[in-house]
Write a protein that binds this ligand. Structure first.
Ligand code: GRF
Length: 211
């Protein structure tokens, strides 16, 4: 999949060492785990250097702590979430921001600052079944209600519109006649765990091609 130059920006100073990833997650963090595993096994030339959540009890934070990765709960009721998050990302010298089950709207300013360096995973084949309200089980319900025969996941750049930025990678799964939203979710999630590291690999390859 081609990634256009317009969506793409080099980390300051190029990429001389491992790509430094910051993950924003609100929930269980199985995608975060897949990214951390891919880093640890050397599948991708990257390291997760910060995990930030808007939920104090997000299991994603526990997963990160287990590997001594900087994990921060930013309480949106107490702080300007985007400003605090930017502080952490800058301090950790993050090159790429990965949204992985992050259920909070981020500001235009934040997106502008990280244009071309912020990506998201969506549990369906965009541009279908995306947009406002399309998250979690809503997505799988919508896929089944529409009678779609194929679903999957999408990794895409984030821009100011929901689920709109350029697609980096998609993986497909078959939808079966007797599928429940839960069963479909499980199969899609399995593909998500392969897709996220692959998408990061594509991102790194693009950076290297620009150097
Ligand atoms: C995934 O299905 C992802 O596509 C969506 O939220 C879910 C997060 O799952 N954006 P996890 O927290 O990574 O397990």
């Amino acid at each position: 999949m081609k990634v256009s130059n317009s969506q793409f920006s080099l980390p300051a100073g190029g990429l001389n060492s491992k790509l430094r990833i910051g993950v924003l997650a609100s929930g269980g963090g199985s995608n975060l785990q897949a990214i951390m595993d891919a880093c640890r096994t050397g599948k991708i030339d990257a390291e997760v250097v910060a995990v930030i959540s808007n939920k104090e009890n997000a299991f994603a934070l526990d997963r990160a702590r287990k590997y001594n990765i900087k994990s921060v709960f930013v309480d949106p009721k107490k702080f300007n979430f985007d400003r605090k998050t930017t502080e952490v990302l800058e301090k950790q010298k993050v090159d790429l921001v990965c949204l992985a089950g992050f259920l909070m709207k981020i500001s235009k300013e934040f997106i502008k600052k990280y244009t071309g360096r912020i990506i998201n995973i969506h549990p369906a084949l965009l541009p279908k079944f995306g947009g406002k309200g399309m998250y979690g089980m809503n997505v799988h319900n919508a896929v089944l209600n529409a009678g779609a025969k194929i679903s999957g996941c999408t990794i895409h750049f984030v821009d100011e519109k929901y689920d709109n930025g350029e697609i980096i990678l998609q993986k497909k799964v078959k939808v079966f006649k007797n599928d429940t939203p839960e069963r479909l979710q499980r199969r899609v999630l399995k593909q998500e765990h392969k897709a996220y590291p692959e998408a990061i690999k594509i991102f790194i390859a693009r950076i290297k091609a620009h150097e």
